[in-house]
Design a protein around this ligand. Sequence first.
Ligand code: ADP
Ligand code: MG
Length: 257
Amino acid sequence: MSVAIDCEKLDIGYRNADTDITVVSGLDLTVTAGEFLTILGPSGCGKSTLLRVVADLLEPLSGSIAVLGTSPRQARMTRQIGFVFQDSTLLPWRSVRQNIELPAVVGGANKRVVSTEKTDALLVMLGLEGLGDRFPSQLSGGQRQRVAIARALIEEPKLLLMDEPFGALDEITRDRLNSELLSIWRRTGTTILFVTHSIMEAVYLGERVMVMASNPGRVLSITDLRDAKNADNSCSREDPKIISAMAEMRVALEAAS
Ligand code: ADP
Ligand code: MG
């Protein structure tokens, strides 16, 4: 069983000129390759900071972190990490197709070669058929997030980091994207770390749900849902086991805030 992320005694935060601001300290976390881990926690507890460290957008203060068996730097340089943010910025002057292909265009020496077929396949996978020549301003919010996901997938990352990607969408669109994301995850086998404020979303998507607390930022609990779900990580939102898992998360989150 290979390991996608391994953190030991990891302290993360921000380095100022004179003092370090520690956001999360002593984080121990192991994520198996191919796992879907969702992360819940009050605002400011360090969820985005954690993803930034995994993605090598921020250096840890101390402790150790390995990503895909190497350093975050190496994993980023070899373009094995995809990132989707809540308000992912598409370039307004580029078409949908050109936005999706952007990482490959700016990729430098390690970039993957992108074929038209690959972009076409992603357009289909994300329900964007026929929209490839549109510009971002001609899309709905849900469609824009689909483009952001396609852009994150174009290089076939082994690890996909998603920071509240559907937080700004209406509930119906969000539910639809959730089930599409699960099917993409099943098809690609990519490891996913997914931050959300929604307990329902965390439980619906995650094989495990990590709840973080603030002041100080830390891991409060990690709940394994695999026994409560079907073998393919699908579940019914009405299943009593799922409802009780959600109640458990709610209690943990209330303790965390
Ligand atoms: P979350 O994503 O869980 O809401 P963040 O990871 O964004 O929380 O932020 C965690 C803490 O780090 C917050 O207290 C925030 O104010 C602080 N923080 C975020 N960015 C910076 C920064 N660039 N410099 C200093 N502190 C920061
Ligand atoms: Mg955040």
